[in-house]
Design a protein around this ligand. Structure first.
Ligand SMILES: N[C@@H](CCC[C@H](N)C(=O)O)C(=O)O
Length: 313
């Protein structure tokens, strides 16, 4: 899309009320559309998320009542408490199944706009990767992100890695593990923070085999020693599908912890909590046993509204 088309696409949305919310620097344009009335095309999303010609953002989220959207009605069927649906788009306009920072930002937006209250047992949010329960946690929020799974389980178990990743800035190909948190991730282990700082994440690192619907890639450096006082620490940078390098990625943080715990073996299992440092801040992760017996990942971190406004006015 050329610059003039983007300028025109933004102008066509004059009058649109929005908020700008970030969660550890992963920033989103938020729009309220209870009845699904503000549909936006992929081109409009890309124009709004353009950092020069639009509002700027890693993605755009529409707040829609679940009953107003087919995917929302599926969420309601699974959990009648999921009144609101997070309609998430990446900055290039593509749809993604899930966004871990986005769901905290979304809950924060609903509460600030008076569209929802925080129930004692958590706010249920419909997403394309199932219903997520958000709770207040300190100054921010925690989210039950549900179960994780390896994308290539047989290879993960056999080799403790499932592919080698190369890109500019890596001294040699590095081992990786691919993990689904509803959306796909490849976590790449680096030896030290110098290599993490030098890695080129402007373009997608070479992941083989590349899944047909693309991949998010996280570069991680586990702390040495990994666990201190039962808290394990990781440094991470991320290249997001449909965006590029971002300051943070919540689902990526969860995938990173799953991979590092797998690589660490018994040492990783000693950790009661994980702290993942990304360029935009720090998020917490822990594992819980859900009533259905599955292991769930719980992500916690802040969400901040930085602006509200009306487009073009
Ligand atoms: N930033 C998000 C992930 C957003 C979706 C991702 N780019 C994808 O295409 O899967 C997060 O915080 O999880």
């Amino acid at each position: 899309m050329n610059p003039q088309d983007r300028i025109d696409a933004v102008a066509a949305l004059t009058g649109l009320a929005f908020s700008k919310v970030h969660a550890t620097g992963n920033d989103f344009v938020m729009i309220s559309a209870p009845a699904g009335e503000r549909d936006v095309t992929a081109a409009q999303v890309a124009a709004l998320c353009d950092r020069h010609l639009g509002l700027g953002g890693d993605g755009l989220i529409r707040a829609i009542r679940s009953e107003s959207l087919a995917e929302g009605r599926a969420a309601l069927a699974a959990d009648p408490g999921a009144e609101w649906f997070m309609d998430y788009r990446n900055g290039d306009g593509s749809i993604a199944e899930m966004c871990g920072n986005g769901v905290r930002a979304f809950a924060h937006f609903l509460l600030l706009e008076g569209l929802a209250e925080m129930p004692a047992d958590g706010l249920r949010i419909g997403t394309r990767a199932g219903v997520k329960v958000v709770r207040r946690s300190g100054d921010g929020y925690s989210v039950d992100m549900g179960p994780w799974e390896f994308i290539h389980p047989e290879r993960a178990e056999a080799d403790a890695m499932d592919s080698l990743v190369t890109t500019a800035g890596l001294s040699v190909p590095r081992p990786s593990l691919s993990v689904s948190m509803g959306n796909p991730h490849t976590v790449v282990a680096l030896p030290d923070v110098a290599e993490l700082a030098a890695a080129d994440l402007h373009t997608l690192p070479a992941v083989e085999p590349l899944p047909p619907n693309g991949i998010n890639v996280e570069y991680v450096v586990p702390s040495e020693p990994l666990v201190v006082d039962r808290v394990a620490a990781i440094d991470m940078r991320v290249h997001e599908r449909g965006v590029g390098e971002t300051l943070s990625c919540g689902t990526g943080i969860c995938a990173a912890v799953v991979a590092v715990r797998h690589w660490a073996g018994p040492a990783g299992c000693d950790a009661a909590a994980w702290a993942v440092a990304v360029p935009g801040g720090v998020c917490g992760v822990r594992f819980v046993q859900a009533p259905d017996g599955a292991e769930h990942v719980v992500l916690s971190g802040p969400a901040v509204r930085v602006a509200t406004g009306v487009l073009g006015v």
